[in-house]
Design a protein around this ligand. Structure first.
Ligand code: ADP
Length: 597
């Protein structure tokens, strides 16, 4: 609503108020005037009638029955003319036959032409013995007249009638005077009413005006304004209600805002992807996780149909089903691009008055869970397989021995030796598994201390003396004499043991091993380089996985469990370090690990 519109409305309200005042005054004055006028007219007529009747009695007393009977015009005429002048009204004398004998307003000549008056109402009444009164238009004088007639009696006989007539003009005049006064009063009252109504209207409208102004601010969203409460009447009450309403709305808005902020904070920080869809399948909103998963921007997808914006049929089907069935629908989907990821999609319908109004899609990245599940089941399969091989052999040789080979002096020791080898293998497998599960539990506390790394390595090399000699492998400890590190001594020993064990196992006869270090700020990078068989490029990335071996048979033959590197990786990572390998197949492998000092 524009300001001009509002102004017009306010003015029209003011006019309405003023006119209603004026209307009430005019109406009440009208009523008063109407009844007053009627009453006055009646009263004046009654008064005139009474005085005319009295005067008629006086005139009647001057006229004798004889005068009538004898039609004594000469006497009658001057008498009524004289009386008429005195009482200022017309006098007519009529005999019992209705013939006009004398009239104060007419000459004898005119009288002779006057019609018979027997049927004039007042004359008839008088001839009947009463007082005849009538008001009517006089055809003779052409004006409204009041007639009063009295009988002229001789003993009991009525010989004639004397009639007095007065023009009603005078009654009108008196009434007009009164009407003028009433009209003046009315005009005065109207002016007064107009002024008073204007003042009252202005007083009534000004708080309303203020309320309109404040309400307009409310409609613009500014609920901080309040209406000043000036009166204790209904308008004051309205102001209080308006203020309370504004306060309530302001509180509600504040509450909704806080709620909204909370919701959007949750919405934006959720790890799960969330899409809000309306009942027509259009996207209302998406959170940053969705933007990341689908490589889209919120502004580009909002308002679009899901399929149009994301182009994923599986999710679109889940959404469609949730909207259609009005119940939660879940599904597992796999996204291939840009990287393969597995998601659990959950679409829950949103209801408005029991009707589906949209749905909330929550997308949960379960790639890692699925990967771990696969790793676990692979691990179980691997462990079972690794345990089964030596166990089968042990069982086989024990059976052979029991079936008679025990007495075979040449071979029985051999068989027992094989059984012992397999039992050793089982033992180292179980030991490695235990140590791995212990490391993986992440609950182990590292027993850190400062020690000399070179001396530590020297001790490990000493343990491999016979193996090194068997294969004529030359090993060089090139660590600086002063190199010290803060780490778990026993576990660092295990890292060296596993790496050197491999470097010997997968080395050639008369091969070599070099262990050296590179200092990198507050970290050291230790290399274990051998001149062995090397590792094919395709296997390098998987070499640190549990049970992963380039050549299973060879590893087993060499007493390997496939867990050594996995244990190395775990220990180094527990020290917040990292491991890696570089290799040239057929020539050399260079394993390295970085540890903080
Ligand atoms: P294991 O040595 O018990 O088989 P590891 O986890 O220690 O298990 O090693 C995994 C695999 O990595 C080995 O089977 C072998 O194929 C390869 N490998 C490890 N170290 C070397 C090395 N120095 N040279 C060549 N291959 C190696």
């Amino acid at each position: 609503m524009t300001g001009i519109d509002l102004d017009m409305r306010i003015r029209s309200f003011k006019l309405k108020l003023i006119f209603s005042y004026i209307f009430v005054i005019v109406l009440s004055f009208g009523f008063i005037a109407f009844f007053l006028d009627k009453k006055l007219e009646e009263n004046s007529l009654r008064n005139i009638e009474t005085s005319l009747t009295n005067q008629a009695y006086l005139v009647e007393s001057q006229i004798t029955a004889e005068n009538i009977k004898n039609e004594d015009i000469t006497h009658l005429e001057p008498l009524i003319i004289a009386l008429s002048e005195k009482i200022k009204c017309r006098i007519t004398v009529i005999n019992s036959a209705g013939k006009v004998l004398a009239d104060s307003e007419k000459s004898q000549k005119d009288i002779s032409q006057m019609e018979n008056h027997l049927y004039r109402p007042e004359v008839r009444l008088a001839l009947a013995g009463g007082v005849g009164i009538d008001t009517r238009y006089s055809s003779t004088l052409k004006i409204g007249m009041l007639y009063v007639a009295l009988p002229i009696k001789e003993k009991k006989d009525i010989t004639g009638v004397v009639r007095l007539a007065l023009p009603l003009e005078s009654v009108g005049r008196i009434l007009n005077e009164i009407r003028k006064i009433v009209l003046l009063g009315l005009i005065l009252a109207l002016v007064l009413a107009f002024v008073l109504a204007s003042i009252i209207a202005a007083q009534t409208i000004s708080p309303i005006n203020r309320m309109i102004h404040v309400s307009r601010k409310f409609s613009e969203g500014d609920f901080s304004r309040r209406v000043l409460q000036t009166s204790k009447d209904e308008i004051g009450e309205l102001a209080v209600t308006l203020n309370k309403m504004a306060q309530d709305i302001e509180d509600k808005i504040k509450e909704a805002k806080t709620q909204n902020q909370k919701m959007s904070a949750i919405f934006n920080s959720m790890i799960e992807g969330v899409i809000v869809i309306n009942k027509a399948g259009h996207i209302i909103s998406v959170n940053p996780t969705i933007e990341r998963i689908f490589s889209v921007r919120r502004v580009d997808v909002e308002g679009k149909l899901f399929l149009e914006a994301m182009r994923n049929n599986d999710i679109a089907e889940v959404i469609g089903a949730a909207l259609k069935r009005g119940e939660s629908v879940s599904s597992e989907i796999t996204l291939i691009y840009p990287v393969r990821r597995v998601f659990e999609v959950n679409a829950t319908p949103i209801f408005d008055n029991k009707a589906v109004d949209g749905c909330l899609v929550v997308i949960h990245d379960i790639t890692e869970i699925r990967r771990l599940e696969t790793v676990r089941s692979d691990f179980v399969a691997n462990v079972s397989h690794e345990l089964k091989t030596p166990l089968t052999s042990i069982k086989g040789f024990v059976e052979t021995l029991l079936e008679g080979a025990l007495d075979d002096k040449e071979n029985n020791r051999n068989f027992l030796k094989i059984i012992q080898d397999h039992a050793d293998r089982l033992n180292s497998l179980v030991e490695d598994l235990l140590s791995l599960s212990h490391l993986e539990s992440k609950e182990i506390a590292l027993n850190k201390s400062n020690f000399n790394l070179r001396q530590q390595l020297e001790k490990v090399i000493l343990g491999f003396k016979s193996q090194l000699k068997d294969k004529s492998i030359d090993i060089k400890n090139e660590l600086p004499a002063s190199i010290s590190i803060n780490a778990d001594k026993d576990r660092t020993e295990q890292v060296f043991t596993n790496l050197i064990d491999n470097a010997i196992k997968f080395n050639k006869e008369k091969g070599s091993i070099r262990i050296y270090v590179q200092e990198e700020g507050d970290k050291i990078k230790v290399f274990v380089e051998d001149s062995g068989i090397g590792i094919p490029g395709k296997d390098i990335s998987r070499i640190f996985e549990r049970f992963y071996r380039v050549d299973k048979a060879r590893s087993r033959e060499l007493g390997g469990t496939g867990l050594g590197l996995s244990i190395v990786k775990h220990i180094v990572e527990l020290h917040i370090g990292s491991v890696g390998v570089e290799s040239t197949e057929g020539f050399s492998s260079k394993f390295w690990f970085i540890l903080p000092r």
